[in-house]
Design a binder for this molecule. Structure first.
Ligand SMILES: [Zn+2]
Length: 183
């Protein structure tokens, strides 16, 4: 490891800290005696993400982070949370022990974490990732979000399909309530 100050390639480790995910070392250059730090982390094999159209691309945390940042714009999310999501997703993916993962798996892992963090960011992200076929599908997702989170997680989709949207059939019948002179 070359000294960033003078380029000399020998240094002495003066301190070593195990941070769990990585080890940080303080070093002192043997020639100019200036100090600098290095980080050692495990190098994981490149994970390939299989996209919907079948193309493959390497999993990139930067790309995921950019998507998350967009979804979280102006939301009250503490610094570091998004990095933690990316970290968590990446490690969950590696735990699957597969060389390739479906992009949908990545998306679900992200959404599951984002949902616990911020509903609005979740919907934004989901609207891009799931590309809802129509506003109705998106609405169902939102209804699902609005259901009380307490208690048993409703595993089966308790959808009441009974609700009918007032389809515009041409003849507008102002039904009592919303008669607010809309002309
Ligand atoms: Zn040096």
């Amino acid at each position: 490891m070359k000294c960033p100050h003078c380029g000399y390639d020998d240094s002495r480790v003066t301190d070593s800290r195990d941070q769990g995910e990585y080890i940080q070392r303080r070093r002192r250059c043997e020639r100019c005696e200036q100090r600098f730090s290095t980080v050692e982390r495990v190098v994981l094999p490149t994970l390939m993400v299989v996209k919907r159209d079948g193309r493959r691309e390497p999993f990139r945390r930067e790309k995921l982070l950019t998507g998350l940042r967009l979804a979280c714009q102006k939301r009250p999310i503490p610094v570091g949370e998004l990095e933690a999501i990316v970290e968590g997703v990446e490690s969950a993916l590696h735990k699957l022990g597969q060389a390739e993962v479906d992009s949908r798996v990545v998306g679900e892992l992200v959404m599951e974490r984002l949902r616990a963090l911020d509903d609005i960011a979740y919907i934004r992200f989901a609207s891009v990732y799931r590309s809802y076929p129509d506003i109705q599908a998106m609405r169902q997702e939102m209804d699902h979000l609005l259901m009380p989170k307490a208690g048993a997680q409703a595993q089966d989709k308790a959808q009441d399909d009974g609700r009918e949207e007032a389809a515009p059939r041409g003849g507008r019948e102002a039904r009592g309530g919303d008669a607010k002179g809309e002309e």
